[in-house]
Ligand binder design. Structure first.
Ligand SMILES: Cc1ncc(C[n+]2csc(CCOP(=O)(O)OP(=O)(O)O)c2C)c(N)n1
Ligand code: SF4
Ligand SMILES: [Mg+2]
Length: 347
């Protein structure tokens, strides 16, 4: 009598979850859209690090990019806000529950046009969360108008050239206070994974600008956000190794060639410089490197800045350790006597 072989055990991560627990619904974005590749990396990184999906809160605005959170971490909390308003929604949620791990996904239109003011305030507050900008240089959802990150001279399918200078979201992030700033390309799986894992372990605002080609409206010759352009102009600043806290970190680091940064949860990121003198702990070095690459027509990718010592908005607000959202009413509601005292002071 033959017995059928038992199915192989399902692969799980260190908290016993399968990768399925980190997936979302099926994408409705165009096949080949860079945003889909970014969602895949998010799924892999949260799965591999064994982050509890129910501890994560996803935030977005409006755009093809802002639809992305529906396609990963289907059992996490989520709020899809108004165009450009991801930051204020996330700020409120994180202040109400400081124990959430926030991840915001925005588009370049979302962030650099209608939501620019909100983005700037998120930067200056060093809100502890991850902000991924899915940067395709166009308003994909509304059929391919130039966004405020489109490069001068980049052309539309019709041949019309953009003549307004772009905002560089990494330069804004460096200038105004984000404590982990990186740029990547949706087609660079290894680099994007290392950057995302570092951001997950970082305590503070992580801004990741990911060049993410729009295959329908901005992937032709003449576009500076196309797959072909990125293949030829991606200047990789540093090579990254992310070592989670639960792995043995006793590895030798070649003197003068790599920098080892310990993150808040005990994980490490090793930043190996690639033939240029660059110190990612210096904001000014990051700004200078971006400016130099821009002058040469290159797109600099890698870690541009990291600062593990600056207080976050949650620290600055002196919030209690327990989430405000779950405190009993007796603790969050002032008594009638206190209210009367306040009213008296205002009289
Ligand atoms: C208040 C408001 N203004 C304008 C729009 C129209 N609108 C929807 S998405 C979008 C731009 C999307 O571009 P981006 O944020 O770059 O996302 P992508 O689709 O390129 O990923 C615009 C202008 C809107 N939905 N709400
Ligand atoms: S229109 Fe562009 S940005 Fe939107 S899903 Fe299609 S390829 Fe992606
Ligand atoms: Mg866009």
């Amino acid at each position: 009598m033959s017995t059928a072989a038992a199915p192989p055990p399902k692969k799980t991560n260190r908290i016993g979850l399968e990768v399925l627990s980190y997936k979302g619904s099926k994408t409705t974005l165009c096949a080949g859209c860079g945003h889909n590749a970014i969602s895949e990396r998010v799924i892999e990184c949260f799965y591999e690090l064994g982050v509890e999906p129910w501890r994560v809160a996803k935030f977005s605005g409006i755009g093809c990019s802002s639809k992305s959170p529906a396609y990963f971490l289907g059992s996490s909390h989520a709020f899809n806000g108004v165009h450009g308003r991801m930051p204020p929604v996330a700020t409120g949620a994180i202040l109400a529950n400081r124990n959430l791990l926030g991840i915001g996904v925005t588009g370049d239109g979302d962030t650099a046009s209608i939501g620019l003011g909100h983005f700037m305030h998120m930067l200056r507050r060093n809100l502890p969360m991850i902000c991924i900008i899915e940067d395709n240089g166009v308003y994909g959802l509304t059929k391919g108008q130039f966004s405020a990150t489109a490069d001068v001279g980049s052309t539309q399918k019709t041949g019309a050239a953009n003549d307004l200078p772009p905002f560089d979201c990494c330069a804004l992030a460096l200038e105004w206070g984000a404590t982990f700033v990186a740029r990547s390309f949706s087609g660079d799986k290894k680099q994007l994974q290392a950057i995302l894992k570092t951001a997950i372990s970082h305590q503070g605002l992580s801004v990741i600008d990911v060049v993410s080609p729009c295959v329908t409206f901005n992937d032709h010759v003449g576009s500076t956000k196309s797959y072909a352009y990125m293949k030829d102009h991606d200047l990789v600043l540093n090579e990254l190794d992310y070592v989670p806290a639960y792995e043995d970190i006793a590895v030798e680091i070649p003197e003068g060639e790599a920098m080892d940064v310990e993150l808040h949860n005990g994980s490490h990121v090793r930043i190996r410089k690639l033939g240029r003198d660059f110190d990612p702990t210096s904001r000014l070095a990051g700004l200078a490197a971006i400016d130099e690459a821009r002058t040469k027509g290159e797109v600099l990718t890698g870690v541009l800045h990291i600062n593990t010592g600056k207080p976050t908005f949650v620290d600055m607000m002196s919030l209690p350790d327990e989430a405000i959202a779950t405190l009993p009413e007796s603790k969050v509601r002032p008594s009638r006597a206190v209210l009367e005292e306040v009213m008296e002071e205002l009289r």
